[in-house]
Design a protein around this ligand. Structure first.
Ligand SMILES: [Zn+2]
Length: 332
């Protein structure tokens, strides 16, 4: 699964190429990639043809494009463009191998091309004619596209991180908490909820209802950076420790984003999936048996500071025994 920084790179790339453009045509090459659109292919296309992309928004790993409905007939459920129409969004679920590619029309089709959207022609004063196709490519078909309705956010803030402040969110994403990169993320809300849970901190970080977008890799990296053991109980967690941890989450994701963002620019098209070009500099994750980089700088460094790997929630957890010690007698 792509991690949050990968999805954010896709979001930025999409925003750059598709914002404000109208969808002129929809070509569904494989209906399995729109199976989450319950009303079928015709309804899917009817909602999109003539619609304009208002924004590209992300919350956690959810990615969507709010749409202005077709001005004239075309869609079934949402056509008309009147103010009484429920707002809709095109959701992009990347799954394991989903990619969104912006390409010039006429370029050879990818082997696993599933859906093609043709966008209105735009001649950019700087970049020239913009690529006209948004292609959804998905080798393993775990991902997909669907059109869904949006509801108001409970806190009145924008639905997620985007370019324009629209206080709406697709119903499918409305149950998940904001992620640490969201300008409307509230640490106080997070901390209050955290203290009410009786669980370990890593389990809490992976709980999308508490804070979204933190996967196994970034949880381990943030716990290492904040020097917190993954089993530390949340109900007695100190505010300063929780704050340090959320800052660390934000930090490691922004650093990954910087690296990924650079490679994206040079790629021209928007590529994503199980991306290998995210140069992650990891301190804990995947480094079993290697010296902890922080302890290695310490003159008192000894062999106790080799990264350990333990199974937790059926996944590997990596940590430093010395800077992230286990609880003794249940006390921290
Ligand atoms: Zn260490």
């Amino acid at each position: 699964m792509p991690e949050l920084p990968e999805v954010e790179v896709v979001r930025r790339g999409l925003a750059r190429w598709v914002l404000g453009r109208t969808i002129d045509d929809v070509d569904i090459l494989d209906v399995r990639s729109i199976r989450r659109h319950g009303l079928g292919a015709e309804d899917f296309a009817g909602n999109l043809v003539g619609a304009r992309v208002l924004d590209v928004v992300r919350r956690g790993k959810f990615l969507w494009m709010p749409l202005a409905p077709p001005a004239e007939a075309g869609g079934t459920a949402t056509s008309g463009g009147t103010s009484g129409v429920a707002p809709v969004a095109l959701m992009a679920h990347l799954g394991m191998s989903g990619q969104l590619l912006v390409k010039d029309a006429g370029l050879p089709e990818e082997k696993h091309l599933r859906v093609r959207l043709t966008l209105s022609a735009v001649d950019d004063p700087d970049a020239g004619p913009l690529p006209q196709e948004l292609r959804f490519v998905d080798q393993r078909i775990f991902g997909g596209l669907f059109v869904t309705s949006m509801v108001s956010t409970t806190d009145g803030h924008p639905g997620g991180l985007g370019e324009s402040p629209l206080p709406l969110i697709p119903v499918e994403a409305s149950h998940i908490a904001r992620d640490p990169l969201d300008p409307a993320f509230s640490f106080d809300d997070f901390f209050a909820k955290l203290r009410r849970r009786r669980t370990g901190i890593k389990r809490a970080l992976l709980d999308q209802g508490l804070v979204s977008g933190i996967g196994n890799i970034y949880a381990d990296e943030a716990l290492w950076a904040a020097k917190v053991h993954y089993a530390r109980p949340t109900d007695v967690m100190r505010r300063a420790d929780a704050l340090r941890l959320i800052d660390a989450c934000r930090d490691v994701m922004l650093r990954a984003l910087d690296a990924g963002g650079t490679s994206f620019d040079s790629l021209y098209v928007n590529v994503n999936g199980s991306s290998g070009y995210f140069e992650r500099s990891l301190n804990a994750y995947g480094r079993e048996g290697e010296p902890c980089t922080r302890c290695a700088a310490d003159p008192l460094f000894d062999s106790l500071s080799l990264i350990r790997r333990e199974m937790f929630m059926n996944r590997s957890s990596f940590s430093c025994p010395r800077c992230q010690p286990k609880p003794r007698n249940g006390r921290w």
